[in-house]
Each structure stands twice: as structure tokens, then as C-alpha cells.
Design a protein around this ligand. Structure first.
Ligand SMILES: Cc1cc2nc3c(=O)[nH]c(=O)nc-3n(C[C@H](O)[C@H](O)[C@H](O)COP(=O)(O)OP(=O)(O)OC[C@H]3O[C@@H](n4cnc5c(N)ncnc54)[C@H](O)[C@@H]3O)c2cc1C
Length: 151
């Protein structure tokens, strides 16, 4: 499929973005990206089981408009999957946002013998590289923990 003539619509419910300022300025300059600030999708429209567009509403002006679209990628925040922890443990181990609190040097949680890694932790960067690195740190820490437990 050839996407070279396509326009990408970026629908953002706030007036400002929190991302990297350099990436944002590139986005803003791009003729192929149209940014809709203060807007929310209110409905999807389809024909023959295929998306044809979305209705968006401007949260400030309340104006509703229709955007013809072929594809929609939804990305609205993140919820750390820490529900597997019992309520007791959640109270002890997670921060206000639901992320498991860890010591970044060792991947140790506040519970002895329990280690956590990757996106589910309160480490501020959530990337493949940081997730993999925390896995390596945890593996080393687990070995030390087992050695100490044996002696
Ligand atoms: C849209 C998007 C784009 C991204 N782009 C990039 C990028 O370009 N570069 C980059 O570096 N990072 C990117 N990231 C971030 C990157 O994907 C994550 O930081 C990384 O995958 C985190 O790895 P993880 O192993 O901690 O978690 P995950 O990759 O989310 O893996 C967690 C796994 O645990 C499983 N799981 C959940 N609950 C349970 C349970 N109770 N029991 C058993 N298994 C369970 C899940 O099914 C999943 O397989 C992106 C993330 C998103 C969402």
C-alpha cells in the first residue's frame, strides 16, 4: 500500500503536548500531519464493515466536524497491569499511579525476594532498552539474593 500521499490527523484532547519539544516541532512543521488540539473523537462511522471516518468535537468551541479516515490508531495513556497483586500487596508495593516501586540499582521491590522489571515499575523511562536493562539487573540481583539465602 502506498501511504506517501496520505495525511495523518493527530487528535489530542489537550491544548499542549507533554512530549519531546524537538519531535513536536517536527510534527508541527510537517505538511502531512494535521494536529487537532482540544479535540475528542465522539463517534466512528463505517460502511460495509470498513471505517470511513470519525466525528470529533472541539472541547472548547463544542464544534463538531467529520474527518474521513481509513485507519485509526488509538493511544490513550497507560495503565500498569498490577492487578495480579493482592489488594494488601498493592497497598504496600505500588505508587499512586499503580506502578510497582523498585530500587533502580537492584530491581528490588519493597517485599523481600520479589523483584520487578520493565514498564510495570516506577522507573521513569518506559522503553524496550530500559525494560531489557532492568531485566538484566533483576537477574543479577536474584542470583545474589539466592546466594545470600543459601549462606
Ligand atoms: C504504541 C507503543 C509504541 C512503543 N514504541 C517504542 C519504541 O519505538 N521504542 C521503544 O524502545 N519502546 C517503545 N515502546 C515501549 C516498549 O514497548 C515497552 O517499554 C516494553 O515493551 C516494555 O517491556 P515489558 O517487558 O516491561 O512489558 P511488555 O512488553 O508490555 O510485556 C509484558 C508482558 O506481560 C504479559 N502479562 C501482563 N499481565 C500478566 C499476568 N498477570 N500474567 C502473565 N503475563 C502477564 C503481557 O501480556 C505482556 O506480554 C512502545 C510502547 C507502545 C505501547
Amino acid at each position: 500500500m502506498n501511504y506517501t500521499d496520505k495525511i495523518v490527523h493527530l487528535i489530542h484532547w489537550k491544548s499542549e503536548f507533554e512530549g519531546d519539544i524537538l519531535f513536536l516541532s517536527r510534527l508541527e512543521k510537517s505538511e502531512r500531519v494535521k494536529i487537532h488540539r482540544n479535540c475528542q473523537i465522539i463517534s466512528f462511522s463505517g460502511e460495509d464493515k470498513k471505517l470511513v471516518g470519525v466525528k470529533i468535537r472541539n472541547r472548547l468551541t463544542k464544534a463538531v466536524s467529520f474527518l474521513p479516515l481509513d485507519i485509526v490508531f488509538i493511544y490513550i495513556g497507560m495503565i500498569p497491569q498490577t492487578n495480579f497483586l493482592s489488594e494488601d500487596l498493592r497497598d504496600k508495593l505500588v505508587d499512586d499511579w499503580g506502578y510497582i516501586k523498585v530500587d533502580f540499582q537492584t530491581s528490588k521491590t519493597l517485599m523481600k525476594g520479589l523483584f520487578a522489571v520493565g514498564d510495570v515499575t516506577n522507573f521513569p523511562e518506559r522503553q524496550l532498552t530500559t525494560a531489557a536493562a532492568s531485566g538484566t539487573i533483576a537477574a543479577t540481583s536474584v542470583l545474589s539474593f539466592l546466594d545470600e539465602s543459601r549462606s
